[in-house]
Design a protein around this ligand. Structure first.
Ligand code: ZN
Length: 164
């Protein structure tokens, strides 16, 4: 039996582009974000789990969640974060962005986002943050309608250090 180190290998690249539909739950999430600026989630009446992103059935107890919608404010706590120095094409950013996973208040889930209005040295786990949304007329019903999350009360317009 061949070990991995002995196997014959070659290198190659596979450029992959894809599109996928958001599904019924994802569609409602994006439409709610666009119209109301809130986050649509589903809460299981059987086991109490609250899904964000929303699910149409409970992955814990398999209950149907089609009629179990709630809305929560885009607010939560930094669960984890990292500094990003390169953009998606590998170009160096003028200044690093902070990518974070934010646990959303009132749910068992969260969102991957960028942090705004905070210096890397000031970010910490459990930092309270709120969503910085595009103005309603500019929203398209996509995740980028949320420019990022910023410390609650940081007030100033969001800084968006982008290479674009
Ligand atoms: Zn459940």
């Amino acid at each position: 039996m061949a070990h991995g180190a002995e196997a014959r290998t070659w290198y190659g690249t596979m450029p992959v582009q894809f599109r996928y539909t958001p599904g019924t739950a994802g569609l409602r999430f994006f439409e709610t974000l666009k119209k109301k600026g809130t986050l649509a989630a589903t809460r299981c009446a059987e086991c109490g789990k609250t899904y964000l992103p929303p699910r149409v059935y409970c992955e814990n107890c398999f209950a149907d969640l089609e009629g179990s919608w709630i809305e929560v404010e885009p607010r939560g706590l930094v669960h984890t974060f990292t500094l990003v120095h390169l953009d998606r094409e590998g170009r160096r950013l003028r200044q690093p962005e902070i990518a974070a996973f934010v646990r959303i208040d009132g749910t068992d889930g969260g969102l991957v986002t960028r942090l705004l209005n905070v210096r890397p040295e000031d970010v910490r786990i459990d930092l309270p943050v709120e969503g910085v949304l595009l103005p309603p007329r500019q929203r398209k019903g996509v995740l980028d309608d949320i420019a990022g999350f910023a410390p609650i009360g940081s007030g100033a317009p969001p800084r968006r250090p982008r290479a674009r």
